[in-house]
Design a protein around this ligand. Structure first.
Ligand code: FBP
Ligand code: MG
Ligand code: MG
Length: 336
């Protein structure tokens, strides 16, 4: 069978070496995520048809309005993973605290914790623009057989054993890594199967797309302002293009295919930026590095940061290696 016709199920079976230390637990975890993703995809696709869009009337811990689909996606991923009892804990952007999963015999025997942003870019739902899900998997650091603690979730990103995202776009894709490159699978909605459509994805070393919310320009650090000016200057390789969807998964997915940089910097209004280290930046940084790209906070590697709290935010510079390095030069010159 040609690799292109391979389904995700077949891919997992044929690449068991990627799951070498997991005795089937990690493969079952990815299988559960692909199932939950199909359920969420079905709901996202009919968002315009049913009265499910719009603010839910609650606010999450960051004080932001939750959309109904945020809640739905959160519940779906949590229930799917909890019912199958294949993880020992879950932390979600939509929950104040982590969830402990005891297991059927209350023996806390599972090894992995999952951290997730169940619906990324949710403000795009009611205008029919792509949204996503981001997930991150770590091996617990506390002993198996005991309840998980915060320590299991506050691990640096370089300890991730798997990470991925789902993009609910014109096609729905699941892109993930277990630390052995990045593979992308496209959902055939008629069959409900994920097909390997993007084997061994590679982030172009450089590109001409820059993605940043320039509406916040006056609040940006000087290094970011200088980098934006640099992007707008004439260059031998041709002009740069500004593209910003406002849904990080979609912005980074496009840049990974075409070459580009995504920046969400700190600002005079927000000293740590907006994006969450554990639910958004670490998993995307792992994927991007595995595809040959680079991710930093403008100075230091995202994956080496030691988290101190679950909902911690961090400035994020991510994309084609040469472009991130160039942005870091401007940051170091003015903001170090
Ligand atoms: O509107 P802004 O400030 O540019 O923020 C956009 C960013 O916020 C996010 O939507 C945050 O994600 P959530 O929808 O999960 O809160 C990113 O996906 C996106 O890059
Ligand atoms: Mg998000
Ligand atoms: Mg979200």
């Amino acid at each position: 069978m040609s690799k292109k016709n391979q389904t995700l199920g077949e891919f997992i079976i044929e690449n068991q070496e990627d799951f070498a230390y997991s005795s089937g637990e990690l493969s079952r975890l990815i299988n559960s995520i692909r199932l939950a993703a199909k359920v969420v995809n079905h709901e996202v696709n009919k968002a315009g048809l049913v009265d499910i869009i719009g603010a839910h009337g609650e606010t999450n811990i960051q004080g932001e309005d939750q959309q109904k689909l945020d809640v739905y996606a959160n519940d779906t991923f949590i229930k799917t993973l909890t019912n199958r009892e294949i993880v020992c804990g879950i932390a979600s952007e939509e929950n104040d605290d982590f969830i402990t999963i005891e297991g059927h015999n209350k023996d806390h025997k599972n090894k992995y914790v999952v951290l997730m942003d169940p619906l990324d870019g949710s403000s795009n739902i009611d205008v029919n623009v792509s949204v996503g899900t981001i997930f991150s998997v770590y091996r617990r650091v506390t002993p198996v057989g005991t309840p998980v603690t915060k320590e299991d979730f506050l691990q640096p990103g370089n300890k991730q054993v798997a990470a991925g995202y789902i993009i609910y776009g014109t096609s729905t894709m699941l892109v993930y890594t277990t630390g052995n490159g990045v593979n992308g699978f496209t959902l055939n909605p008629a069959l409900g199967s994920w097909y390997l459509s993007h084997p061994q994805m590679k982030f172009p070393e450089t590109g001409t797309i820059y993605s940043i919310n320039e509406g916040n320009y006056i609040h940006f650090p000087q290094g970011v302002k200088d980098y934006i000016k640099y992007c707008q200057e004439e260059k031998p390789e041709g002009p740069y293009t500004s593209r910003y969807i406002g849904s990080m998964v979609s912005d980074i997915h496009r840049n990974m295919i075409k070459g580009g940089i995504f920046i969400y910097p700190k600002s005079s209004q927000n000293s740590s930026g907006k994006l969450r280290l554990l639910y958004e930046c670490n998993p995307m940084a792992f994927i991007v590095e595995q595809a040959g790209g680079k991710a930093s906070d403008g100075f230091d590697r995202i994956l080496d940061l030691k988290p101190t709290e679950l909902h911690q935010r961090v400035p994020f510079f991510c994309g084609s290696t040469k472009m991130v390095e160039k942005a870091e030069e401007f940051m170091t010159a003015k903001d170090r």
